[in-house]
Design a protein around this ligand. Structure first.
Ligand code: GLP
Length: 232
């Protein structure tokens, strides 16, 4: 695992963009896995400032809340338009459809798309409880795209983006851990004391489904960018 320590989120964003640019310029970025959350905002801001051309790149987002349409301001589809897709043209952009009538069929459709477009690079954040995408503690490492129940910890952590805690959806569609691990290269960003325990587990913990992020210890190409400099 490659660890880059930075002082600020803006510096982290610059480092992440350098890696993305490198993969893109080598002609190795056909399928790009994207993440949401506050952590990614500086990265998309920085990417939007560049003249990098994503018009031959297909984007796949990790997850989406169940019950929110793409027009809902708290949906990840809306977030992605606001933060990146309105600024950068992609060949195609895919996000699981959280308002699909048949959620199981939607998960299967998404997983098929992922197998048709193997991810070259995946951006990842991490939840305070060690979740990646919306794979909560206890999710099998073999999981593909699926419907998940959000834990109280995740609902609480994400509630500042909503009017109140009751407005946070309790279910989501998420790429599975197996879907994420198939990405050739992974960049994980994590900032602040709230992420310390999750990063501690990633660097020094046992690989266990009880802390999903620990599985990245077994991936051959992971770069962690963080402002926590006393961990690894
Ligand atoms: C959500 C997302 C994750 C993200 C996590 C951390 O739960 N599903 O993909 O990594 O939040 O969010 P933040 O970056 O806001 O701390």
């Amino acid at each position: 695992m490659n660890v880059i320590t930075v002082k600020t989120k803006e510096e982290a964003a610059k480092k992440a963009v350098e890696i993305i640019e490198d993969v893109l310029n080598r002609g190795d970025l056909k399928s790009f896995g994207l993440a949401t959350g506050g952590t990614m905002e500086p990265v998309y801001k920085e990417l939007s400032k560049t003249d990098l051309d994503f018009s031959h790149v297909t984007a796949f987002n990790l997850d989406e809340y169940v019950g929110l349409t793409a027009e809902h301001p708290n949906s990840y589809a809306y977030y992605m338009k606001e933060k990146l897709f309105n600024q950068k043209v992609f060949e195609n952009t895919y996000i699981p459809n959280g308002s699909a009538e048949d959620l199981k069929a939607e998960c299967n459709r998404y997983e098929q798309l992922l197998s048709d477009h193997p991810l070259d690079l995946q951006l990842l954040g991490v939840g305070e409880n060690g979740h990646i995408a919306f794979n909560e503690p206890g999710t099998p490492f073999t999981s593909n795209t699926h419907v998940t129940n959000l834990t109280q910890s995740t609902i609480d952590a994400n509630s500042p983006y909503f009017e109140n805690k009751d407005a946070v959806p309790t279910k989501a569609l998420t790429m599975g851990i197996s879907s994420i691990l198939r990405a050739r290269k992974i960049i994980l960003l994590a900032f602040g004391e709230k992420k310390r325990e999750a990063l501690n587990q990633l660097f020094k913990g046992t690989v266990t489904e009880e802390c999903p992020v620990t599985i990245l210890q077994n991936h051959p190409d992971v770069t962690v960018i963080t402002d926590l400099n006393d961990l690894s």
